[in-house]
Design a protein around this ligand. Structure first.
Ligand SMILES: Nc1nc2c(c(=O)[nH]1)N[C@H]1C(S)=C(S)[C@@H](COP(=O)(O)O)O[C@H]1N2
Ligand SMILES: [Mo]
Length: 175
């Protein structure tokens, strides 16, 4: 192999290794180096969410007991409310339609493609008031393979909507 070819192979390997490391270290799959996940759809400020963006929002803590694959799990989660994050990026609504916010859904996608949906009315303080959160700590520890951020739905019986390794959230019309 010519030296020049060898150098380009080495360069490519270094690039791929760097990309893999950046993904493993800082991202659930969306938004590039350092981003936690991306926000898309009907919001005023779409784009990547960084740890600093979450740090600006009120911190919330929930003690949650749920079934995970038939086993009871109890954990204390720390994070920010899904509603507060949506407020910070601004959900786009109009009038009419009447109560447009109640037509919106939030699709949460994990880095493995796993998805679950929440209704804006379910988490609005004026309606369901469900304290669904983006958790970044469980029992004070970072989330490892389930992180950097996962959804926690404190009143759900099973963990099915606790989407781990969030890559994307998308705000859409569900109605
Ligand atoms: N990204 C992603 N999140 C996921 C899943 C998945 O397959 N992928 N499985 C869900 C299901 S069915 C359950 S019960 C819980 C399991 O959570 P645990 O790994 O903390 O026990 O994660 C949920 N979140
Ligand atoms: Mo599950």
């Amino acid at each position: 192999m010519k030296i020049r070819n060898l150098l380009s192979v080495l360069f490519l390997l270094a690039f791929v290794a760097g990309a893999v490391q950046a993904r493993a270290g800082g991202s659930g799959g969306g938004g590039g180096a350092g981003a936690l996940f991306v926000v898309t759809g009907q919001v005023q400020k779409p784009g990547p969410i960084y740890p600093g963006d979450l740090a600006k929002l009120p911190k919330t803590q929930e003690n949650v007991t749920f079934f995970s694959a038939g086993q009871v799990v109890s954990q204390s989660f720390t994070g920010v409310l899904l509603w507060d994050l949506l407020q910070s990026v601004g959900v786009i609504t109009t009038n009419p339609p009447k109560n447009d916010i109640l037509r919106k859904i939030i699709v949460v996608t994990g880095s493995d493609g796993y998805e679950a949906v929440f209704g804006a009315g379910e988490i609005s303080p004026n309606f369901g008031g469900n304290q669904i959160m983006f958790a970044y700590l469980a029992d004070g520890q970072s989330l490892g393979a389930q992180g950097p951020v996962r959804i926690v739905a404190p009143t759900d019986k099973q963990g099915g909507r606790f989407v781990s390794a969030i890559a994307k959230i998308e705000v859409k019309d569900g109605g």
